[in-house]
Design a protein around this ligand. Structure first.
Ligand code: FAD
Length: 426
C-alpha cells in the first residue's frame, strides 16, 4: 500500500532524521501500522507497550515538543522543592531502545476513511489503528474575562512548563502579607487532588518565606477529593493560613478582572496579590476537532479496548477519555494505555485478548514530609468502568507513616517515569 507522495515522504523523513529515528519506518510495508497522537503519559505508554508486546507492528509516535515535563510533582517545583529539569523527560529511549518512530510535529487531522493521520507539516501517515492521547484543553468561554491571553498574566499552570514557571516567579516576587487566590475548577478535571496539593505546598512555602501571607481557595464545587485529609493537614501544618470557600458560600465564580487581578463571585469580589485560575476542562483540542467527543466534552470509549464509540479504528486514552469511575490522572493514563496497547496488539497480530487490569495510584503532598496515597482498582462493567476496590491513607496516621509515604512518592515518580518513557525493561 502506498499512501505518501514522494514530496511528503522527503519532508517527513527529514523530520524523523532530526528526531534520531530507529529502523521501523524502513521495514516492510506489509507490517501493521499504529500511529499514536500525543507523547504525554497516555501516548508514550501506549507506544512503548505496543512495541514491547508486538514487535512486528510499526509504531509511530507524533508529539510536537522535544521533551515532556510532568504535571505530577510540578507543585513541588512551584514551591522550590525540585527543579523543572528533574521533571523533564526525552523520547530518545522510546526511539532507540524500542524502535518507535518519533516524529516531532503536530497531528492536524485523522481521516478515518482513508485511514491516514495528517501532520501539520504536510505528510499523511497511513495506519491500521490510531491511538489518540491529546490530554485536556480549557473551556475559556466558561469564566468572563479569562481567556488564553489572560493566562499570560494570571496563569492556570495546569500544563507543566512555562505556565508553572510564570506562577513560581509570581509567588517569589509577591510581598509578604499578600493573598494567593486559587480558583479550583468544576468536575471532571485533570487530577482531582492537585489544586488542594498546590494550596498545601504554597502554604508550606509561605510559612518558610512569607509567613504573613494567606491562601484563599475559591471553589467551583461544594466538596473535593480527599477533603478530610486536606482539612486535617491544613489545621495541623498551616492553621489560619488557608481558607476554602465552596460554591454554595460564594454563589460560584462569575468573572476575572485581569488588570485588577481580582475574582468576582456571586457574593463578593476578591483581590489577589497572586492569582491562579484553573478553568473548566474538556478533552484536548485535537479530540474536539476530529469528531471524538460527545456532548459531555470528553471522548466516549469502549471500556475494554479504549476504541472510540464514535470513530471505529481510533482509540482514545488518558485525560481525554470518558472512562466511568476512572479519574484523570497520569497513573490512569498509563494503565489505560497498557490495556489499549494489549487490545490493539491482539487485534493486529491475532494473539489472544486479555481482560484489562485497570488501576490508579495517587500520591499527594500535604507538606514535603507529609504525603498521603490512594490505590484503586477498576473493571469494565456493562459498557463503563467501575471501582472494584479502594485503599487510602487515613486522617489518624502517624507522622512516621506520612513521612514514609512521602519517601515512597519519590520512588514512585522514578519508577513510573522509567516505565512510561521506556528506560525500564518492563
Ligand atoms: C498540578 C498537577 C499535578 C498532578 N499530579 C498528579 C499525580 O501526582 N499523579 C498522577 O497520576 N497524575 C497527576 N496529574 C495528572 C496528570 O498530569 C495527567 O492526568 C496526565 O498528564 C494525563 O496524560 P495524557 O497523556 O492524557 O495527557 P498529557 O500528559 O497532557 O499529554 C498530552 C500530549 O499530547 C500532545 N498533543 C496534543 N495535541 C496534539 C496534536 N494535535 N498532535 C500531537 N500531539 C499532541 C501534547 O503536546 C502532550 O504532550 C497532575 C496534574 C496536574 C496539573
Amino acid at each position: 500500500m502506498k499512501s505518501w507522495t514522494r514530496r511528503e515522504f522527503g519532508r517527513s523523513t527529514g523530520a524523523m532524521a532530526l528526531a534520531g529515528l530507529g529502523p521501523r519506518l524502513a521495514a516492510s510495508e506489509s507490517k501493521a501500522r499504529v500511529v499514536v497522537v500525543g507523547g504525554g503519559i497516555g501516548g508514550a505508554t501506549a507506544a512503548k507497550y505496543l512495541a514491547v508486546s508486538a514487535p512486528t507492528i510499526e509504531i509511530t509516535l507524533v508529539e510536537p515538543k522535544p521533551n515532556y515535563t510532568t504535571c505530577f510533582f510540578s507543585n513541588l517545583y512551584l514551591t522550590g522543592l525540585c527543579s523543572l529539569e528533574s521533571l523533564t523527560h526525552g523520547y530518545e529511549t522510546l526511539a532507540q531502545r524500542h524502535g518507535i518512530n518519533v516524529i516531532h510535529d503536530s497531528v492536524a487531522a485523522v481521516d478515518p476513511v482513508a485511514k491516514t493521520v495528517g501532520l501539520k507539516s504536510g505528510p499523511k501517515l497511513p495506519y491500521d489503528r490510531v491511538v489518540v492521547a491529546p490530554g485536556i484543553t480549557f473551556n475559556y468561554d466558561a469564566i468572563a474575562g479569562y481567556d488564553e491571553a489572560a493566562t499570560q498574566v494570571i496563569p492556570h499552570a495546569w500544563n507543566a512548563g512555562p505556565q508553572t514557571q510564570l506562577l513560581r516567579r509570581q509567588l517569589e516576587s509577591m510581598e509578604d502579607g499578600g493573598v494567593f487566590v486559587l480558583v479550583a475548577p468544576p468536575n471532571p478535571f485533570r487530577c482531582p487532588p492537585a489544586p488542594y496539593e498546590r494550596a498545601s505546598l504554597v502554604a508550606y512555602y509561605f510559612k518558610q518565606h512569607k509567613p504573613r501571607s494567606r491562601i484563599l481557595i475559591l471553589d467551583a464545587k461544594d466538596s473535593f477529593n480527599a477533603q478530610d485529609l486536606f482539612l486535617d493537614a491544613w489545621e495541623r501544618h498551616y492553621r489560619g493560613m488557608i481558607e476554602w470557600l465552596p460554591a454554595q458560600f460564594t454563589g460560584g465564580i462569575k468573572a476575572i478582572d485581569v488588570k485588577e487581578r481580582s475574582v468576582e463571585t456571586a457574593s463578593e469580589t476578591f483581590k489577589a496579590a497572586v492569582a491562579n485560575v484553573i478553568p473548566p476542562q474538556m478533552a484536548g483540542q485535537f479530540a474536539q476537532q476530529n469528531g471524538l467527543v460527545d456532548q459531555s466534552g470528553w471522548c466516549p470509549i469502549d471500556p475494554i479496548t479504549f476504541e472510540s464509540k464514535l470513530q471505529p479504528g481510533t482509540h482514545v486514552v488518558g485525560d481525554a477519555s470518558s472512562a466511568g469511575d476512572m479519574p484523570k490522572s497520569a497513573f490512569v493514563a498509563n494503565s489505560q494505555a497498557k490495556a489499549c496497547a494489549f487490545a490493539i496488539a491482539a487485534a493486529l497480530t491475532g494473539s489472544e485478548r486479555q481482560s484489562p487490569h485497570l488501576f490508579n495510584t495517587c500520591y499527594t503532598f500535604l507538606s514535603p514530609d507529609d504525603a498521603v496515597s490512594n490505590a484503586v482498582s477498576f473493571k469494565p462493567v456493562a459498557g463503563t468502568i467501575k471501582i472494584v476496590d479502594n485503599f487510602g491513607s487515613q486522617v489518624q496516621e502517624s507522622a512516621e507513616t506520612r513521612h514514609r509515604t512521602a519517601r515512597e512518592a519519590q520512588s514512585w515518580y522514578t519508577a513510573f517515569t522509567r516505565d512510561t518513557f521506556g528506560y525500564a525493561a518492563f
